[in-house]
Design a protein around this ligand. Structure first.
Ligand code: PHE
Length: 510
C-alpha cells in the first residue's frame, strides 16, 4: 500500500475511534492503532488544522522498564532464577551462576536471597546452597513488572511501590511524555471533507467561496528551505580566519602564484641549497618552464643573496659553499607561503630605500602550498597555510608569543604549547601544538619564529626592524571544528556537497 493510502486509512480509523469514545489520549490512540506516537501526532495535527478534531496538551509520567526490569519480566525475579538453578543442579559457585544468569542477575538475586535467608554461601568453597525446600509459589516481582508493562500510567500506582521498584530494585524508570487529549472539533461531523487552502479569484468572482470550507491558517508551519549558494567548509573557515586578521589591522598579501622560483621560496629565506627539503622527494619541480628569470628582474638583490649564502655578512658567517644561480632559478610549486612573505618584505625594503621611511606593517595570507608528501588521513600533497608577519622596530619573541596566543584563543583553542624547533630562516623558532578538545591529544598546528638578519638585511631593511612570523595550518583547526578524522572529508573530490550546504558559520568564538 502506498503511503497516501496508509495515511487515509489511519485518518479514518482515528475518526472512527473518536466517534466511539468521544475523546482519547494520543498515546492510547497510538497504542490502539499500533503506530508510533509521533506519527499519530502528525495525523492529529493535520486534522486539527481543518478543525475536525481539537486537542489539549498534557504532560504525563510514564513507567518504562530498565534492562533489569525487562529481565525480571521475561525470566522471573533474580532470586527465583537462582533458586531454580540450585534446585535443578545442586550447589553452584558464584561464577557458575554468573555465567548462566549474567552478572547483574546474580548479584541482585544473591542479595535478595541472602536477605530472605533462603540460600547460604560458603566463602571458602565458593558454594551457594539452597536452604529452602519449596520454591515460592508466586513470583511477586515478576507479577508487578507485568502490571507496569501492561499499564504504564504512573497515576495508577502507590508512590511507595514506584519508589521501591525504581530506587531499590532499579527495575523501572519514570519518563515524562507529552501527549494530547484528542476530542472532536467543530468540523467533526463533516468527517473527511476536502478543504480549500487558498482563496482564489475564481472563488471570489462567482461567490463560490460561500460554499467552500477553508482550512485554518497554520502560523506554526515552517517555510520552505531556501536553496542558496554556500561556501565550502574549508573556505568558510578560511573566510572567518581572514576576518580575525583584518579586524586586527593586518593587510592581505597577494598569493596568486602557485609556481614560484626556488629563489623566493628558499634562497631569499637563507635556506642553503643542500638543504634536504629542497630535494625532489619533498618539493615538486616544474619541467616547463623549468627556470625562472629572477636574476633578470632583481639583479642587485640576487647577488646579495648569493653573498650571504657564500661568505656571510652583517656579522654572519654565511653557509660557506658555492651558491648556484641555476639552482635558485629552478621553478617549483611553492612549498610554503613564506615565499610570499619574502617577496612582500623585499618590497617593503625597496620602499624604505626609496623614501627613507620605514612604516611598521602587519601582513597575512591564507592560500595553498604543495609538498611531495606521502598521502594519508591527515596529509595531502596540497594544503593551505595561514601565513603572517609583523615588521616593527624592536619587537621579539614575547610579541610573537602574545600574537600567536591571541589568534588561537579567537579560534576557541585555549590549551596550547610551544616547542623549540628549527627553520633556516628564523631564530628562535617554535612549533605550536594545541590540545584536541575531544581526544585530548596534542596536535601540531603551526610553526613560527623571528626572521633572521641574514634574511632581512640583504633586502635592505633597517637593522633595528625585527620581523616576527608564523605559518599555521588551515586544515587542522577546520578538522577539529568539524570533528573529522580524514582530511579527504574536508578537501578533494570526496567532499559531501550536503556538508558544504550546511557549513557552520559559527566558527569564531565572540
Ligand atoms: N614556513 C614554515 C612552514 O612551512 C612556517 C613558518 C613561517 C615558520 C614563518 C616560521 C616563520 O612550516
Amino acid at each position: 500500500m502506498d503511503s497516501k493510502n496508509t495515511y487515509e486509512k489511519e485518518k479514518n480509523l482515528i475518526l472512527e475511534i473518536l466517534k466511539q469514545k468521544g475523546e482519547i489520549n494520543s498515546q492510547n490512540l497510538a497504542d490502539e492503532l499500533k503506530i508510533d506516537h509521533q506519527h499519530t501526532i502528525g495525523i492529529i495535527n493535520a486534522l486539527e488544522i481543518k478543525e475536525i478534531v481539537k486537542t489539549e496538551s498534557k504532560e504525563k509520567s510514564c513507567i518504562i522498564l530498565t534492562d533489569a526490569g525487562k529481565n525480571c519480566l521475561n525470566k522471573g525475579a533474580p532470586d527465583i532464577q537462582i533458586f531454580k538453578e540450585l534446585k535443578e543442579k545442586g550447589d553452584l559457585s558464584k561464577s557458575e551462576l554468573s555465567t548462566k544468569l549474567g552478572k547483574n542477575v546474580l548479584s541482585h538475586g544473591f542479595n535478595l536471597a541472602m536477605k530472605s535467608k533462603s540460600i547460604s554461601y560458603d566463602k571458602k568453597t565458593d558454594k551457594i546452597s539452597l536452604k529452602i525446600t519449596q520454591l515460592p509459589l508466586k513470583d511477586e516481582l515478576q507479577e508487578t513488572m507485568k502490571k507496569f508493562f501492561e499499564s504504564p500510567d504512573i497515576d495508577k500506582y502507590e508512590p511507595k511501590l514506584i519508589k521501591e521498584y525504581s530506587k531499590i530494585y532499579k527495575f523501572i524508570k519514570i519518563n515524562q511524555i507529552k501527549s494530547f487529549i484528542v476530542k472532536p472539533g467543530p468540523n467533526f461531523e463533516l468527517g473527511n471533507i476536502k478543504m480549500k487552502n487558498e482563496l482564489t479569484t475564481d472563488l471570489l468572482v462567482n461567490n463560490e467561496y460561500e460554499k467552500e470550507k477553508f482550512s485554518k491558517y497554520n502560523y506554526n508551519a515552517l517555510g520552505k528551505q531556501v536553496k542558496n549558494g554556500a561556501l565550502h567548509r574549508l573556505l568558510s573557515v578560511r573566510s572567518q580566519i581572514r576576518e580575525i586578521f583584518l579586524e586586527q589591522g593586518f593587510e592581505e598579501m597577494p598569493t596568486n602564484n602557485f609556481v614560484e622560483s626556488s629563489f623566493w621560496n628558499f634562497d631569499a629565506l637563507f635556506q642553503p641549497q643542500q638543504h634536504p627539503s629542497r630535494e625532489a622527494h619533498d618539493t615538486f619541480f616544474l619541467s616547463n618552464p623549468k627556470m625562472a628569470n629572477t636574476e633578470k628582474f632583481y639583479p642587485e638583490y640576487f647577488n646579495k643573496v648569493k653573498d650571504i649564502h657564500e661568505k656571510g655578512g652583517f656579522g654572519s658567517e654565511g653557509w660557506k659553499y658555492k651558491w648556484s644561480a641555476d639552482e635558485a632559478e629552478k621553478n617549483i610549486l611553492r612549498t610554503h607561503t613564506t615565499a610570499v612573505s619574502s617577496r612582500v618584505l623585499y618590497k617593503l625594503a625597496e620602499n624604505y630605500k626609496k623614501t627613507g621611511i620605514f612604516v611598521p606593517k602587519k601582513y597575512f595570507s591564507i592560500d595553498r602550498v604543495f609538498r611531495n608528501e606521502s598521502l594519508d588521513n591527515t596529509h595531502l600533497a596540497e594544503f593551505h597555510q595561514i601565513e603572517g608577519f609583523i615588521a616593527d622596530y624592536d619587537i621579539g619573541l614575547s610579541h610573537l608569543l602574545g600574537t600567536v596566543e591571541q589568534y588561537f584563543k579567537r579560534l576557541g583553542l585555549d590549551k596550547f604549547r610551544f616547542k623549540p624547533a628549527y627553520n633556516p630562516y628564523t631564530e628562535p623558532s617554535m612549533e605550536i601544538f594545541a590540545r584536541h578538545p575531544n581526544n585530548k591529544k596534542w596536535i601540531e598546528i603551526g610553526n613560527s619564529g623571528v626572521f633572521r638578519p641574514e634574511m632581512l638585511l640583504p633586502m635592505g631593511l633597517p637593522s633595528n626592524v625585527n620581523v616576527i612570523a608564523w605559518g599555521f595550518s588551515l586544515e587542522r583547526p577546520a578538522m577539529l571544528h568539524y570533528h573529522l578524522n580524514n582530511i579527504r572529508d574536508l578537501f578533494g573530490h570526496e567532499v559531501n556537497i550536503k556538508h558544504t550546504q550546511e557549513a557552520s558559520m559559527y566558527y569564531i568564538k565572540e
